[in-house]
Ligand binder design. Structure first.
Ligand SMILES: Nc1ncnc2c1ncn2[C@@H]1O[C@H](COP(=O)(O)OP(=O)(O)OP(=O)(O)O)[C@@H](O)[C@H]1O
Length: 280
């Protein structure tokens, strides 16, 4: 089943690039910011993780994906940043068809799409600041080892982002000595160091206590407004979804079963995404 905005005429990737990503075509139009058209992703032998999803995401919007474990949230996010290729259908991100994009186009898109994960994925033995610098690796040539192997400009940008997430004082502290909430703030800073246009967050608060969860959602929300970021975030917490999202997309067995502005979704309706599967 698919829901969301009706499909518009496909625009060849070579003609569309509203983000002005170097190395890809020009032009652009509605649906080119972030859109999925009839997207299905199957894994062998017989798992349909995402099932014929059609939707469009507006620039600057904050969309929350809700759904049971295994409903396809992570797969959807991975399709958006090109980590998965659709089995069928088309994923357009910033004017690029990521399913058929070449390596350099995909690299260019990924520089515009920051990611935050449940498990933070920091290098524990590195300083906080160096971890944030690694967010710029996509635009640097060659390997880097040590904070001072990064250009001064990157270090300055990384410090600026650490200041935004309130951790500048901890810049030389090893990442594995930070609390979970602090580690996730470092991960957000790392995602921002490239000045992305989009932020994909895959259960960013699943490992955190309720207070830290609110702080992280509040932080992402504030930064999204300040930077006019488009955010797509998967969550399991209905209360957080309704508080911070502009739009709720409910997934069940890979299909979109709820797609509404948050202010028109009741807690019961959001919980129904889970309950209807359990038959309760
Ligand atoms: N790389 C893969 N290979 C095979 N099957 C996969 C792969 N990735 C996901 N799946 C399957 O696709 C389905 C959807 O998984 P996905 O991780 O997208 O769900 P999810 O909603 O993010 O779950 P969770 O909330 O637990 O993170 C599941 O059945 C999962 O086992």
């Amino acid at each position: 089943m698919s829901t969301g905005a009706p499909a518009t005429s496909p625009v060849p990737a070579a003609e569309a690039n509203p983000a002005g990503i170097p190395g890809v075509g020009g032009g652009g139009g509605p649906g080119q910011h972030l859109s999925l058209r009839g997207v299905t992703k199957r894994f062998a032998p017989a798992t349909t993780a995402v099932d014929d999803v059609t939707l469009e995401i507006e620039p600057g919007s904050f969309t929350i994906l809700l759904g049971l474990s295994g409903s396809g949230k992570s797969t959807l996010l991975r399709l958006i940043n090109g980590l998965h290729t659709p089995t069928s259908g088309r994923v357009m991100v910033l004017g690029v068809d990521v399913g058929s994009a070449g390596r350099s186009q995909l690299r260019a898109v990924r520089r515009e799409v920051g990611m935050v994960f449940q498990q933070f994925h920091l290098v524990g033995s590195m300083s906080t600041l160096e971890n944030v610098c690694t967010g710029a690796l996509g635009s640097l040539r060659g390997p880097r080892a040590g904070l001072f192997s990064y250009p001064r400009e990157v270090r300055a940008r990384a410090l600026e982002q650490l200041e935004r997430v309130g951790l500048a004082d901890q810049r030389f502290q090893r990442a594995d000595t930070l609390s979970g909430g602090q580690q996730q703030r470092v991960a957000v800073a790392r995602a921002l160091v490239q000045r992305p246009k989009m932020l994909l967050a895959d259960e960013p608060v699943a490992s955190l206590d309720p207070e830290s969860s609110h702080q992280i959602m509040s932080l992402i929300s504030r930064i999204a407004v300040e930077d006019e970021l488009t955010v797509v975030c998967s969550l399991h917490q209905v209360d957080l979804a309704l508080r911070w999202g502009h739009r709720v997309l409910g997934l069940r067995k890979g299909s979109v079963v709820l797609d509404k502005p948050t202010d028109r979704v009741s807690a019961d309706e959001a919980m129904g995404i889970y309950a209807s599967v359990a038959g309760t």
